[in-house]
Design a protein around this ligand. Structure first.
Ligand code: ARG
Length: 581
């Protein structure tokens, strides 16, 4: 409904331009907001205030002009001017009820879908030399939710797992793998099942033995010059490491697959060309033998220019070089309109520099939107970066295991008679979704405190609360089995029915906001409010014991749409629902 009012206002602006009341180049951002107080209508706009300068009239006068030129619509029951020049819209209840009926019947909830774009979503992107840790959890979960929501809205989403599968550390790892294979033969693979330990052991060898270190360096050179034996060893290593990641994706219910992997090594052959092209455009400078680019706008606190290093003195390329090649690929080959990077905020400067350079060098067209959607740090309950008791990095697997154990206890305490198999299934869903939802429900830009207690609580904006709310709504249908709703319609009479109806109608605009800035917490907050609106409705309006059959049917339909919206919303967050818990 919000977008409907928005489009009415757009038409109004056009007609005011035709009448030369507004200049032809006037292009305001038309904002329509939900009102807090329903006596002021359902939606409001400040458009008249936005026009005062361009039109040279006072806002109340302009508000009247807008109202006089507003195309007629059956959705609008009444329009009023308020205060200094706000315009309030009262939505027609029948039109709202019709909108809800359409939402109920259509897989896309009857939403007006936006013009489809090609959107690259760069997320997860762990370094294959090491095991995935909690830092990658945020990228994986937030990125996946946004990818799903973009797809739901009809965009062409291309997932890119920009894994770190290249770099000097591979020399050390390959040298160690070679040593182990010589010692243990086939058994060597086993050592790779714990990448963290493997990495540490390799590092130890590197530091203690000069001979090993030389071998490692030579291996890097051979690897980079495409030596077949080295490449085979490298591929073996990465396959094993990647299989750990894929297991975690599966366990997390993340939609990323092996086919989405397009890591740093995929750009090896383009790196020399990146350097050449920057050079041809006169963008390169020398700094201590390295090739760098200085951009005016990037300076440190002392005002000294901050370079992007493109090639080291020894010829090696850097993270930024690969990212420049990746942008070119995403622009030219994938033809992306937008590229979204779900990466730790600590890399903000890197992305600002690389994005701006990519535009200057023409690696991406001006029209392509490059967005670093960064996230904060996940902290422990002591407010410091999350570590194990012994101070090590927390592995994702261990975290999920603990969540499951705790969820099992919780579910069992609520259902002492449930059989073990069902308990185990419910615990798995509750455990995993609690970890995911805790991350999704916070504004990604802020740091947050990881707390099992908070995330597994049945109170507040948590996964258990929403999963339980869903089972309650779904439960109503079990009890209403056999009721024929094929000719039923929704009518909104009671205030709580209207509130619920209004909330349900906001699903589409919520998704638009979520994908606009890559903010899943917007969808979480909406689902939480929707569950609350349903609770209030259910308390005030008997469903199965309604006064008339029509009322019962209408309320069942409202419940059905609530269940459908909750399920769809949770699905877009990558969260499975349960029929009972
Ligand atoms: N592998 C990097 C890390 O773990 C993240 C890569 C993000 N994507 C990118 N295109 N730079 O920090």
């Amino acid at each position: 409904m919000k977008s409907h009012i928005q489009s009415l206002l757009e038409q109004t602006v056009d007609s005011l331009k035709q009448q030369a009341i507004l200049p032809a180049d006037f292009a305001p951002r038309i904002q329509v907001d939900r009102t807090k107080d329903k006596s002021h209508g359902d939606l409001a706009t400040n458009l008249a205030m936005m026009m005062t300068k361009a039109a040279g009239k006072n806002p109340r006068e302009l508000a009247q002009l807008i109202i006089d030129n507003l195309p007629a619509s059956s959705h609008v029951a009444k329009v009023e001017i308020a205060g200094p020049g706000f315009i309030n819209f009262f939505i027609d209840e029948n039109a709202l009820a019709n909108q809800l009926m359409t939402a109920l019947k259509d897989d896309k909830f009857g939403l007006e879908l936006p013009a489809a774009q090609t959107v690259v979503v760069d997320y997860s992107s762990p370094n294959l030399a090491k095991e995935m840790h909690v830092g990658h959890l945020r990228s994986t979960i937030i990125g996946d939710a946004c990818a799903r929501a973009l797809e739901f809205l009809g965009h062409n989403v291309i997932r890119q797992n920009h894994v770190g599968d290249w770099g000097t550390q591979f020399g050390m790892l390959l040298a160690y793998m070679e040593e182990l294979q010589a010692e243990k033969g086939e058994q060597a693979e086993l050592a790779l099942s714990d990448l963290e330990t493997f990495y540490r052991a390799a590092k130890l060898r590197f530091d203690e033995s000069a001979e090993f270190a030389t071998r490692a360096r030579n291996l890097v050179v051979s690897l980079q010059s495409g030596d077949e034996y080295c490449l085979k060893l490298w591929k073996e290593f990465n396959d094993i490491s990647l299989s750990h990641c894929l297991e975690i994706y599966q366990r997390l219910g993340v939609s990323m697959t092996k086919a989405d992997v397009h890591g740093e090594s995929a750009y090896n052959d383009d790196l020399a060309q990146v350097v050449k092209d920057l050079d041809a455009q006169g963008l390169l400078s020398e700094s201590n033998g390295a090739k760098v680019v200085f951009q005016e706008e990037f300076r440190n606190k002392e005002g000294e220019p901050l370079p992007v290093i493109i090639q080291k003195a020894d010829g090696g390329y850097l993270y930024a070089t690969t990212d420049l090649a990746a942008i070119r690929y995403r622009a030219n080959t994938l033809k992306a309109d937008r590229a979204l990077y779900f990466v730790d905020l600590r890399q903000a400067l890197h992305f600002q520099q690389v994005f701006s350079l990519a535009k200057t060098a023409g690696f991406a067209p001006e029209s392509m939107s490059l967005e670093h959607l960064g996230f904060g740090t996940m902290n422990g309950e002591d407010g410091r970066p999350f570590k194990t008791r012994s101070g090590g990095v927390v592995k994702l697997v261990d975290l999920l295991d603990e969540a499951n154990v705790r969820a099992l206890e919780l579910v069992r305490s609520k259902n002492p008679d449930m059989d073990e198999q069902e308990l185990a299934h419910i615990a798995k869903v509750v455990g995993t979704s609690s970890v995911k939802y805790a991350d999704l429900s916070k504004n990604r830009a802020s740091d947050y405190i990881f707390s099992f207690e908070q995330m597994l609580s049945f109170e507040g904006n948590t996964a258990p609360y929403l999963l339980y709310a869903y089972t309650r709504v779904a439960g109503i249908f079990k009890r209403a089995e056999g009721v024929d709703l094929s000719n039923a319609t929704i009518s909104l009479e009671h205030d709580k029915e209207k509130d619920l109806g209004n909330k349900l109608a906001q699903f589409g605009e919520t998704l638009t906001r979520m994908v606009g800035k890559g903010h899943p917490h917007v969808l979480c907050a909406y689902l939480f409010e929707l569950a609350g609106a349903f609770s209030s409705f259910y308390e005030a309006c008997p469903v199965l014991n309604a006064e008339t059959e029509e009322q019962k049917h209408s309320r069942l339909l409202l419940s059905q749409l609530t269940a459908k919206t909750l399920k769809q919303g949770l699905d877009l967050l990558g969260i499975e629902t349960l029929e009972r818990m």
